[in-house]
Design a protein around this ligand. Structure first.
Ligand SMILES: CC(C)(COP(=O)(O)OP(=O)(O)OC[C@H]1O[C@@H](n2cnc3c(N)ncnc32)[C@H](O)[C@@H]1OP(=O)(O)O)[C@@H](O)C(=O)NCCC(=O)NCCS
Length: 185
């Protein structure tokens, strides 16, 4: 197995590897995104490591020296999306990507490494847990418009309460129209 830095020539296979974690756009746009990411890597702080197995790209991870959070300034290396193509799994490629992560942290004297796995992915969570990465937080995300509408609905006097009062008001005015002389005959 060989570990090396990603180049622009890797973009098509990286799009295949990371399809689930890229923007939900067409392949061409996903390729453009990755070309942009590779072009703008800051070599002092970032790296995309590609693992080759028998001369074929088998997996990759993006490394980023950052802090634990924007508020917690404890230095940390983020292993962003360590992924291995299904045909190459359970051969130590994932472990090699995490070794590259740890070396990247050690070279910079950074005391922590972190990564993320989908909560539904038992294999990925077990893989990270076995390497000593404990769960720290659950990342939740939703469409801005959804969160806005839920907030609106929760506002006192708004949302469901307002909807019910609107329905009652509409019924009242309907009864009023039905009862008025103009509506007879
Ligand atoms: C999680 C993931 C990166 C692991 O990659 P991998 O290359 O299969 O990882 P490894 O081969 O190093 O280790 C995986 C398991 O295979 C075992 N293994 C390693 N070499 C092996 C071999 N030669 N024979 C049998 N098993 C082996 C390891 O012990 C490990 O077992 P564990 O999960 O019980 O600890 C990969 O499954 C993946 O890409 N998953 C989908 C993407 C994802 O969810 N990534 C999120 C972040 S982890």
């Amino acid at each position: 197995m060989v570990l090396r830095d990603a180049t622009q020539a890797d973009v098509p296979v990286l799009v295949e590897l990371w399809a689930d974690v890229l923007r939900r756009v067409g392949t061409e746009d996903q390729e453009a995104d990755l070309r942009h990411v590779i072009e703008r890597l800051d070599p002092a702080l970032e790296r995309i490591v590609v693992a080759e197995y028998d001369g074929q790209v088998a997996g990759a991870v993006m490394l980023k020296a950052t802090t634990a959070t924007p508020l917690n300034l404890e230095p940390l290396v983020q292993a962003v999306s360590p992924h291995v193509l299904p045909a190459f799994r359970r051969r130590g490629v994932g472990r090699a990507l995490m070794e590259a992560t740890v070396s990247f942290a050690e070279e910079r004297g950074i005391g922590h490494v972190g990564s993320g796995a989908l909560s539904v992915s038992r294999d990925a969570n077990r893989f990270l847990a076995r390497l000593g990465l404990g769960p720290q937080a659950v990342l939740r995300a939703g469409a801005t418009a959804t969160v806005r509408s839920r907030l609106d609905a929760l506002r006192p006097g708004q949302g469901r309460g307002r909807a019910i009062s609107q329905v009652l008001a509409a019924r009242r005015s309907q009864r009023h129209r039905d009862a008025s002389p103009a509506s007879k005959g």
